[in-house]
Design a protein around this ligand. Structure first.
Ligand code: BGP
Length: 478
């Protein structure tokens, strides 16, 4: 078996999906705090402010805010080497516009990091994970405004300086390429155009969306530049949602579609962040889509200078593409596609494809040649809490096992992969549906979709299984 000695085994979460405590410790409202609950078949509602009669699941989430000590003890019991988490911008700058940071918010994460270090768990910290001050959306339409760049950089510098000795690995924007999709308007860019209400059917202005993305690229590059000035030890990465596709048939038209999809959805953002420049195909893409970007003087130099140190990604499933409109379709993380007849799906219709992880990592590594980190991979499922507070989740163990085998093969292929953090190591609020019932964790949280429950934590079978894997550095997969 070939996992390197210091491989970062661990788990991942995001502040808005796990913390709760939405109005405690001086925290301001974030865009996630006004997203109502939904299900697989009924979409979440986007509000401008708190509305009577709507339930907002991220406000309570898994209540990590009050349970972080015991939660980190559970991570330690599993033998975690790393915890990928995010800082809520709204705990540090509640509206994004304060001159001084909120001391209580800074202290909260300092306590979290102290608890992690007590157990030698390395924090990997995302600066912005589907969460920004609601005030910035209401006042400026989020990242559509260039003004947000400076506010973000102020926030990034604050946390870089404050946690200089606590954190080494940073990620700038979670799944930044979510902004390439209309779905990314609100969640990823904080853009809420007039008339937007339905999370899955947002009013889209493609020009504004790609302008917002440009602002995020500049902000990400500035964060990298500032971070490197603050500490030479910092390793700062990007984070790309991998939505890999295969051509459904060998029809050359399907091949071209496949190539176009990889360029526009996977490489457009990654090229900017890793290579420091917009890719060659961007001009034609902008022209075909009527996009005219305002790129200010100095922006391109900033992009060139602020390239990332490593590449991080989320990977859940794959889909197919074809010009044939009559084929069966399948859903997926952020985006669906044509159904692959060789794959089985999760209960939410995401096609399970461990080989696709190997394929994806090899594709990315051959293009970018920088260290790779898988910071999200997981299976959402309905779990059942049984007698004796046991949860038997063989489906999760099987998914995890197949993906670990795929990573081992990837490392043997020669890819420099240095860690893996399972998404939702503990049950948390789903980003797409707001459900708690779409469970990802090795740890069961006793709460339903409406925050009813004791919030007690129970270890699932997968908890013990992953513990053995980590203890054996990936050797024991029995
Ligand atoms: C990714 C997000 C996460 C997470 C995950 C699972 O796109 O970065 O925040 O939620 O997908 O998706 P979901 O929660 O919709 O099942």
């Amino acid at each position: 078996m070939s996992f390197p000695k210091n491989f970062l085994w661990g788990g991942a979460t995001a502040a808005n999906q796990v913390e709760g405590g939405y109005d405690e410790g001086g925290k301001g409202l974030s865009i996630a705090d006004v997203l109502s609950n939904g299900t697989h078949s009924s979409p979440r509602t986007i509000s401008k402010e708190t509305e009577e009669g709507l339930y907002y699941p991220n406000r309570i989430a898994s209540d990590f805010y009050h349970h972080y000590k015991e939660d980190i003890e559970l991570m330690a019991e599993m033998g975690f080497k790393a915890y990928r988490m995010s800082i809520a911008w709204t705990r540090i700058y509640p509206t994004g516009e304060e001159e001084e940071p909120n001391e209580e918010g800074l202290k909260f994460y300092q306590n979290v990091f102290a608890q992690l270090h007590k157990y030698h768990i390395e924090p990997i910290v995302t600066l912005s994970h589907y969460e920004m001050p609601l005030n910035l959306t209401n006042r400026y339409n989020g990242w559509a405004s260039r003004k947000v760049i400076d506010l973000f950089v102020k926030y990034a510098k604050t946390v870089f300086e404050y946690y200089r000795d606590d954190v080494k690995y940073w990620l700038t924007f979670n799944e930044i390429n979510c902004g390439c999709l209309p779905l990314g308007n609100y969640m990823s860019l904080g853009i809420r155009n007039e008339g937007t209400r339905n999370f899955l059917d947002q009013v889209d202005d493609i020009n504004l969306r790609y302008q917002g993305l440009h602002h995020q690229f500049v902000a990400s590059a500035l964060a990298v530049i500032e971070g490197h000035k603050i500490s030479k030890d910092f390793r700062i990465g990007n984070m790309i949602a991998m939505m890999p596709v295969y051509p459904l048939t060998p029809n050359p038209e399907d091949m071209l579609l496949y190539q176009k999809n990889w360029r526009e959805l996977q490489y457009y953002c990654a090229d900017v962040q890793v290579r420091g420049a917009y890719p060659y195909f961007a001009k034609k893409f902008w022209k075909d889509n009527g996009i005219t970007l305002k790129i200010e003087k100095g922006d391109l130099e900033i992009l060139k200078e602020g390239t990332v140190d490593f590449f991080s990604l989320s990977y859940y499933q794959t889909n197919c593409v074809t010009t044939d409109k009559s084929v069966a379709m399948s859903s997926g993380n952020l985006l669906g596609g044509a159904k692959n007849p060789y794959l089985k799906s999760s209960e939410w219709g995401w096609q399970i494809d461990p080989d696709g992880l190997r394929f994806t990592l090899n594709e990315l590594y051959s293009r970018y040649q920088i260290p790779m980190l898988v910071v999200e991979n997981g299976l959402g499922a309905f779990d059942k809490l049984e007698e004796g507070n046991e949860v038997h989740d063989p489906y999760r163990i099987d998914y995890l096992k197949q993906h670990i085998i795929a990573m081992e093969q990837t490392i043997e292929d020669g890819v420099d992969l240095f860690g893996y953090t399972w998404w939702g190591w503990i049950d948390l609020t789903s980003a797409s549906t707001g459900e708690m019932g779409k469970r990802y964790g090795f740890v069961y949280v006793d709460s339903d979709d409406y925050g009813n429950g004791t919030f007690n934590r129970y270890k699932k079978d997968s908890f013990y299984w992953y513990k053995k894997v980590i203890a054996s550095n990936g050797k024991n997969l029995e």
